[in-house]
Design a protein around this ligand. Structure first.
Ligand code: AMP
Ligand code: MG
Length: 676
């Protein structure tokens, strides 16, 4: 079902810094004096198209088109699509061939052979090794010595294994069992028959295909010329991996991931790096990239921020220009699709996850058609989604999931961390799709999951809950030993809920109970038992050398912070155990920064290290890793709620062993944790 959602640009609106509000802003471009687009183009700019309509317009502007072909030597054809069917020019094997070391015989000679009545055969004076063409026929009463792979001589119709014969004096053998006609012989053409269809047009050339062609003596094939695809990242903030990160900069993720995804789908890639948000520089780069390529894939700068200019340049690069800008996808709304004089020009959204989803959903089918490849055959499985997923009405939504094995089939856990995240893509097994017309996926829905890999790797150990770097130290030896450990970070409460439903083996939790003033125990239910993990020292972080904190105890440090009106704190989210400690220390005070409430220990350390705040509360290993000063305060208990019914599973036992092992404890201590 398709549907257009028309949305008007708020005049002069600027993109907000909030990624969510940004992504859900209108897909319209900022007005520009340089805009050379017609009124019609302007109209398209202001329209959010349904996914189906956007694809239809893009494909209508690109197809039909001829896929240019070329001849390639086998060694250079890997990854190319065959341009035509290939029929076998010869038989493979080309002659009747022996499958064993032994003797070529006439089976009729051995019809009566048995233990009681051995048959004596005279050996011909030649030996048929591989590559030797036989000269003498096998006449009745004779046999010819033959090696595996040797051509069967004239007259012979079977081979007997050397193990089933005995020497009988000089140049003769004795055979004590009958041989059936054709025994141990591969007949000419039995593997590949001359004239047989070997490979079909559109087949992606892999090692197996190359092997089949080589067996037929084919050295060169007609393949579709791989489309040359130029890749450009855009943004002043982008730094290429391998270079140091300066303040406010981030690494260019899209450049690497888009380039790899294009190569995976038949494109010849030319990654041109990241271009700053400068109209002149960008136009120059886009023009030269397009001139040398069949397709241009960019990312970033498609929203309506002041720096977002690439879509304005597209209008000057060729006809018809932009065909869709703003598609009802989540993530991926700012996607911009254009065709310039027959060449696709695509601007993917900047956020890596948005970029990848739109790329795979909308660009891959087009790229594969241009590369002469058939549509991608994605593997799908059915799984139950245990939690409700809210969805925006009017946008086709993609949600990444991790798969775990439940009692009654597969369970799919949503793992998205927002469209800015890249790890969710690497850790997920696949994704599900929520229709544009649905506003939610109800809990316990049975849903199709499209897999990222051809097979589901069902994990041996499933850990759902709060993540800690200490956990990686314990599971590392298990992973190295070949066990698949799946750790899904959903926070302590989410993990506890999963454990109560029996959907995981272990739920790592650090939940403080104010009533009992203790950690974790009071949260357990009948089906769970507590496995003590380790302690994490919480305390005040500050920048080393800050005289307001250096050398003080926690209470004095907080007093000093509150006494200085210029001092800014960073808080934690409601519900975090750390937050309870902070509120207790503040005793009702609300200093500047109190409402800055990130959800992780690392975010607190980053805020202090980057001078956005002067103090906060985090755990010792995180403070030390960030090079910050630390005043210890109280220990947090990071333990595991173990699902009793799963305790005897080998992987659970392996985890418990690793946790109790000397090596595990030493690794934890070295990283700044205190094993319980
Ligand atoms: P933009 O649409 O250019 O404003 O980008 C939206 C968000 O995606 C911003 O947070 C950008 O920093 C980020 N982003 C843009 N391009 C890339 C890239 N190549 N790699 C990683 N993040 C990017
Ligand atoms: Mg940008």
């Amino acid at each position: 079902m398709t549907r257009d959602i028309h949305q008007h640009r708020h005049s002069g609106a600027r993109a907000s810094a909030n990624p969510e509000s940004r992504d859900s802003g209108s897909g319209a471009g900022a007005p520009s004096r340089n805009d050379s687009g017609s009124h019609l183009d302007q109209g398209q700019f202001l329209t959010i198209l349904s996914r189906e309509e956007a694809i239809a317009r893009f494909e209508a502007a690109l197809f039909p088109r001829t896929v240019p072909g070329e001849r390639r030597r086998l060694a250079d054809a890997l990854g190319c699509a065959l341009a035509e069917d290939v029929t076998a020019p010869i038989d493979v094997p080309p002659f009747d061939r022996s499958n064993v070391d032994g003797f070529a015989v006439r089976s009729a000679d051995l019809a009566a052979a048995s233990e009681a009545a051995p048959v004596r055969l005279i050996l011909n004076d030649e030996v048929i090794a591989c590559g030797i063409a036989p000269m003498r026929p096998v006449l009745s009463g004779s046999a010819t010595t033959i090696a595996t792979g040797g051509p069967v001589p004239r007259g012979a119709d079977a081979v007997v294994m050397i193990e089933h014969t005995q020497p009988a004096g000089n140049r003769a053998i004795e055979v004590r069992r009958a041989a059936s006609p054709g025994q141990f012989v591969s007949h000419a053409g039995s593997d590949i028959a001359r004239g047989e269809a070997l490979l079909r047009a559109g087949t992606m050339m892999g090692s197996r295909e190359i092997g089949m062609l080589a067996a037929c003596g084919i050295a060169e094939v007609a393949v579709a010329r791989r489309p040359r695809v130029a890749i450009l990242s855009t943004g002043d903030e982008l730094v290429q991996p391998g270079n140091p990160l300066c303040p406010a900069a981030i690494y260019d993720t899209n450049g690497a991931v888009v380039t790899a995804a294009i190569a995976e789908n038949g494109g010849e890639t030319n990654f041109l790096g990241a271009i700053p948000d400068d109209e002149q520089a960008l136009e120059t780069a886009m023009r030269s990239a397009l001139a040398a390529s069949d397709m241009l894939v960019m990312s970033g700068g498609t929203s309506k921020g002041a720096g977002d200019i690439s879509h304005r340049i597209i209008g000057r690069l060729g006809k018809p220009g932009i065909v869709a800008h703003g598609v009802a996808l989540k993530p991926g709304k700012p996607l911009c699709l254009a065709v310039c004089d027959g060449k696709p020009v695509v601007i993917l959204p900047g956020f890596p996850t948005s970029a990848m989803f739109t790329f795979h959903d909308i660009i891959v089918p087009v790229l594969r058609r241009m590369a002469g490849l058939p549509p991608r055959a994605d593997a799908k499985v059915s799984a139950r989604v245990p939690v409700r997923i809210a969805s925006e009405l009017g946008r086709t939504e993609f949600v990444m999931v991790s798969l775990v094995e439940g009692a009654e089939g597969l369970i799919a856990y949503p793992t998205g961390k927002g469209s800015g995240a890249i790890t969710s893509f690497a850790q997920a097994d696949g994704f599900l799709k929520i229709d544009a017309l649905a506003d939610q996926l109800p809990a316990n829905s049975e849903t199709d999951i499209t897999l990222f890999t051809p097979h589901v790797r069902v994990p041996d150990l499933v850990i759902i809950g709060s993540h800690c770097t200490g956990l990686d130290l314990i599971t590392a030896p298990m992973a190295h030993a070949g066990l698949v450990v799946r750790s899904i970070a959903v926070g302590s409460l989410g993990g506890l809920a999963a454990a109560r439903r029996g959907e995981c083996d272990l739920a790592p939790i650090h939940l403080f109970d104010e009533k009992s003033e203790s950690y974790n125990t009071s949260y357990l239910t009948e089906n769970l038992e507590l496995v003590p993990g380790w302690r994490r020292m919480q305390g005040i972080v500050f920048r080393k050398g800050d005289a307001r904190f250096e050398g003080l105890g926690v209470e004095d440090a907080v007093r000093a912070a509150l006494a200085d009106p210029a001092c800014i704190m960073v808080n934690r989210n409601q519900g975090a155990g750390t937050r309870i400690l902070i509120d207790r220390l503040l005793g009702g005070a609300r200093p500047d920064g109190y409402w800055n409430q990130p959800r992780s220990h690392n975010a607190v350390a980053a805020a202090v290290a980057q001078h956005r705040a002067d103090w906060g509360m985090t755990i010792a290993p995180v403070a030390h890793a960030a090079g910050l000063g630390f005043i210890p305060y109280a220990e947090e208990h990071y333990d595991f709620a173990l699902v009793k019914a799963r305790k005897q599973r080998p992987a659970v036992q392996a985890f418990l062993d690793a946790l109790a092992s000397e090596a595990g404890r030493t690794a934890l201590e070295r990283a700044g944790f205190r094993p319980a």
